[in-house]
Ligand binder design. Structure first.
Ligand SMILES: Nc1ncnc2c1ncn2[C@@H]1O[C@H](COP(=O)(O)OP(=O)(O)OP(=O)(O)O)[C@@H](O)[C@H]1O
Length: 357
């Protein structure tokens, strides 16, 4: 570790969010295992020195202990993941990569049962291929102070049926002067009793397709021959009016949503273990979102699929989660969500550095 007398450089003010797990004892390249600093995906790490191209010196943010430890540099981590991917692709092996979320063993998401209420479909296989190429290592972060006039959206991510709608609905019902959600756009014709700008914004199909091409939608999809989507401007309007926008998009929308423009706080709603999932849903007479008419409860297969689908989302998108809430007991999960919302109003948060400068 550099001595205190050394001139502080830009490097030793750098904070990063680790996007992978690191355990020095399991690392075959580290020069000295005892000098390693273990971390988990999501930890905020203070980089003390980047002098060595392969092994940075770092400590956990807020750790008052002076000892810094070795962590793989971004370059080293990228190189070895790229090497191991190429190597395992050549060998057609099923080996786990060191410290990075591997994207293999993932069945096509096309086969995933999607909720009829989601009304959003993606070019899923294509997108998962894109994710597969991404090598995630560290994300440089900085503190963002709460700015009440421009509240950050809260984005609930999770597998179909886990309860994101329920949590969003409760939040808005609890405090409609604080929380709001967007009104979706659709190319379908209004049904009797539906008003434009209340249930949906109705748009003709050509216009909606043009807007989609122009990148004006954070997510969109087709359901039963009609387009549905969430427009960027709907989110911006809610933010500009000073409300906390609550969104529960498909997880792939994180790619377009997680930008400095929206500065979202991403909360993963995780299904509990199978037994708790089954007990809580059956005790509450929960309606299956896999059933178009919501006329029955979840089957065991659907609950198991919810857990599997959640695991896949965690594997691919876990590095983008700011908080994780297990939705077992509903009131506990809701309380935790309220704590997250209050935290955003009162405490500085670590966000990608580009959102702050
Ligand atoms: N913790 C819970 N305990 C019991 N029932 C729950 C819990 N969370 C949600 N539910 C119920 O489960 C059902 C599905 O929830 P919800 O519609 O919110 O899922 P969702 O995640 O929005 O699904 P989708 O993304 O497929 O629309 C609803 O009947 C809801 O009331």
């Amino acid at each position: 570790m550099p001595s205190e007398s050394q001139r502080p450089s830009r490097e030793n003010r750098v904070r990063v969010r680790a996007l992978f797990d690191f355990a020095a004892a399991l690392d075959r390249y580290i020069p000295c295992k005892e000098a390693g600093l273990d971390f988990r995906r999501g930890d905020i790490i203070h980089i003390v020195s980047q002098d060595d191209p392969y092994w940075w010196q770092a400590r956990h943010e807020g750790d008052k202990q002076m000892r810094a430890g070795l962590i793989p540099s971004r370059m080293l981590q990228e190189k070895r993941i790229a090497y191991e991917r190429a190597h395992s692709a050549n060998n057609n092996s099923d080996q786990q990569e060191i410290g990075c979320s591997p994207a293999r063993s993932i069945g096509s998401f096309k086969s995933e049962k999607s909720s009829p209420t989601q009304k959003v479909m993606y070019a899923l296989a294509e997108n998962e291929d894109f994710d597969r190429q991404e090598i995630v290592t560290y994300e440089e972060v900085a503190r963002l102070m709460p700015y009440p006039a421009v509240p950050r959206p809260i984005v609930l991510i999770g597998p179909p049926g886990v309860g994101r709608n329920e949590l969003k609905r409760r939040l808005i019902a609890l405090d409609p002067d604080k929380f709001r959600t967007t009104i979706p756009y659709t190319s379908r014709l209004p049904k009797p009793g539906e008003a434009d700008g209340v249930d949906y914004h109705f748009l003709d199909r050509q216009q909606m397709e043009r807007d989609i091409d122009d990148g004006l939608f954070v997510e969109f999809g087709e359901y039963k021959g009609n387009l549905y989507g969430t427009a960027n401007r709907s989110i911006k309007e809610i933010i500009e009016l000073g409300y906390t926008c609550i969104l529960n998009p498909h997880h792939q929308a994180l790619k377009t949503l997680r930008t400095g423009e929206f500065k979202p706080h991403v909360v993963y709603i995780k299904p509990p273990g199978f037994n708790v999932l089954r007990e809580t849903r059956s005790a509450a007479y929960a309606r299956s979102t896999f059933d178009e008419n919501s006329s029955r409860g979840f089957t065991d297969d659907e609950l198991a699929e919810m857990i599997r689908s959640g695991q896949r989302i965690e594997l691919h998108y876990g590095h983008l989660f700011d908080d994780v809430i297990v939705n077992g007991d509903l009131s506990t999960a809701f309380e935790q969500l309220l704590v997250v919302a209050r935290k955003l109003d009162t405490q500085a948060q670590w966000v990608p550095v580009s959102w702050v400068v």
